[in-house]
Structure formats: structure tokens, C-alpha cells
Design a protein. Sequence first.
Length: 191
Amino acid sequence: MQELLFYLKLGWEHIVSTDALDHQLFILALVAAYTLKDLKKLLILVTAFTIGHSATLALSVFDVLRIPSDWVEFLIPCTIAITALFNLLKKDTLNHLSVNYSVALLFGFIHGMGFANSVRIMLAEDQSMAVGLLGFNIGLELGQIVLVAIILFITEILTHFLNVPKRFLVLGLSFLALLFALKMAFERIPF
């Protein structure tokens, strides 16, 4: 149990730390178009992302799948940029849920490879990789859920109490995420 809690804490820290800006920006871009009324649709999207990164994380840690980390680190901000662009270009992103679900799943695969490099090193000497993976994934998901809740809470306050138009908020948050993502991508070009 202590080992599970250790990895749970590591997973939590991996998503809420200041070093996790790329993952936080992806969640921001993913959540920006949704409100509390769309919680069910949003949970489907977050679940798709979770399935993607959990599967890839396991495959990478068990050395079934290995992609050079410089490419993964470059692709992660590209996923943020694409998600943000999708929000900027579509008038109603909620009506494209099946596309969003597929994209979230695919982007989850990419983000999982980013997590894998960290987790593979931590678990290299550990006998119970399954416990480590489970704990890390649970911690990661708890952090992700808290991040989603914070973003929804803030956007609800802005749109309902301060009367910021939802489309303006989606555009602003997506543009902000896009700018940071492009900066990160240019800094991480692997060639």
C-alpha cells in the first residue's frame, strides 16, 4: 500500500507541478469549450485521453513501444496547438464529439509516451511495475480531475457571474494555449 501511495503522489505531482505546463495547457485547451452543462461530454473526452495515455504509458514502461523522447517532447506541444486551433476554428466544438474523442485518444497516446520516460526511470529497479503504473496513473488522473474542475469553476464564474461571453472565453483561452504551445514546439524541434 505504501508503494502504491508513493507512485500515486508522483503521478499527482507530475500533473500539478510547474514543470507540467505542457500537460496543463493541453487540458486547458481540451476543456475550454465546455461548461458544467456539458460535463458528461467532457468526461467522455477526458476518459479518451486517459485511456490513450494509460495504454501508451504501460506499453512504453514495459518496453513494448519506444519512441525517441525528443520527438515525443516535440509532439506534445503540437497536440496542444492542434487542440487550441480546433477551438479557434470551429464555431461549435461540442457538435464534433466523435472527432474530439478520437483526437483526445490519439493525443493521450502521445502524452503517455511523455510520461513513460519519467516513469520508466523510476520503475527500473522496482519489482512491482504494475503497482507503480497503477499508482502513477491514479495520481495523474486525480490531478487531471482537479485541473478540469478548477478550469470549469473559473470559466463558470467568468461566464455566469461576470458575463464574459463563452465564445470570447474559448477564443482567449485557446489563443493563450496556442501561443505557449507554439513557443514550446519551436524550442523542442528534434532536428
